[in-house]
Design a protein around this ligand. Structure first.
Ligand SMILES: [Zn+2]
Length: 355
């Protein structure tokens, strides 16, 4: 996904923006425009971020600048309230970190990144997370994994793809991606070939529920689906009706579905792009009883403009309820959509609100 990985560009890469658009951004105190331009107020002699909380100046007293330097050269001083200079320094630091990560052979240490930017490790970590939705280390891992996934789609040999995306050895790729992917890449590339998936259809208070799991964790949870649907999703996997051990997992899953809670104790086997996984992770952070819009979800992973992609990632979720995509509703407060019908969605939300 663009904004998270390949071309995340902090706002300081100033796009040209018209004066009218700039003024609109100022009127809305748009944080998204911070760093894209600076608002100089000729009467007070200061310059601000577009989002500055101070009272708005009159339009005729405002002049826009591309950079702090340009505003200073004009004789203006930085506003003490919104500290416009720090944002460019922050963005420059983030850009530098991203450039280092993108060209590094291995995941750079936080301490090293901090030294390169002149920030303390903890401050840099916070700042980077706020801007991108991921820590530098998570970004580096996601980036590397994304490279490998891109290569996997193109490469004939799995090991080539892994080496080409910067892993020292295949074992590093497997160990780093295990928690995320469950299936080994060679399996995953081939529609689940070699994977053994247990499944069953359980009766729940929401109707018949399909539960399927690999030896890594639950890989499909859906309502009103049968074995054929599971087979279509994992065409080359070996599907077996669940055994005793599986029955214990299914019981935990049913409990988690019928008695709303965090359900974080149930292992999941999911694989998606780094962006999808960031969205799924974010979904699991929405507390039961609360809801979010796609726009809020997109903003939470650092890609405020990617709300449509957030919607698609939500729809690509394989595991209903445990990755609670039902907690995403329309921005006007309406129920929005749901893959298994609005009645089930409404029941889930009602039960969580009451809990
Ligand atoms: Zn200000």
């Amino acid at each position: 996904m663009r904004c998270l990985l390949n071309s995340f560009k902090p706002n300081v890469m100033a796009m040209k923006i018209s004066d009218d658009d700039a003024w609109q951004a100022v009127e809305k105190r748009s944080k998204a425009h911070d760093g894209q331009f600076f608002t100089g107020v000729l009467t007070t002699g200061i310059y601000c971020r577009p989002s500055c909380a101070a009272r708005h100046p009159k339009r005729q007293n405002v002049r826009f600048f591309e950079s702090c330097e340009a505003a200073q050269a004009f004789g203006l001083r930085p506003c003490k309230r919104c500290r416009p200079d720090s944002i460019t320094r922050d963005h420059a630091a983030i850009m530098k970190v991203i450039a280092i990560i993108n060209t590094a052979d291995s995941v750079p240490a936080l301490q090293f990144l901090a030294e390169q930017t002149g920030y303390s490790p903890s401050h840099l970590q916070r700042l980077f997370k706020r801007e991108t939705g991921l820590s530098p280390a998570a970004y580096a891992r996601a980036r590397r994994s994304q490279n490998a996934q891109d290569m996997l789609a193109k490469s004939k040999y799995v090991t080539d793809a892994i080496y080409d995306s910067g892993y020292g050895a295949p074992s590093r790729f497997y160990s780093e991606n295990k928690g995320r992917l469950g299936m080994k890449p060679s399996i995953w590339k081939n529609g689940g070939a070699g994977a053994h998936i247990y499944w069953t259809i359980a009766d729940t208070n929401l109707g018949p529920m399909l539960v399927a799991a690999s030896d890594q964790g639950v890989c499909r949870l859906s309502f009103g689906e049968n074995e054929d649907a599971l087979h279509a999703r994992f065409p080359k996997a070996i599907l077996s009706e669940g055994d005793k051990e599986f029955a214990a997992l299914v019981k935990r899953v049913i409990d988690a579905v019928e008695q709303p809670g965090e359900a974080h104790h149930i292992p999941l086997d999911v694989q998606g792009t780094a962006f999808q996984e960031a969205i799924w992770k974010q979904l699991r952070l929405i507390p039961p009883g609360e809801t979010r819009s796609y726009a809020e979800l997109a903003a939470a992973v650092g890609c405020p403009k990617a709300y449509r992609a957030a919607g698609s990632a939500n729809g690509a979720n394989n595991i209903a309820v445990l990755i609670p995509c039902h907690r995403v509703v329309a921005s006007d407060g309406g129920l929005g959509g749901y893959a298994y019908g609005l009645e089930i969605k409404q029941k889930l939300l009602d039960a969580e609100r009451k809990a």
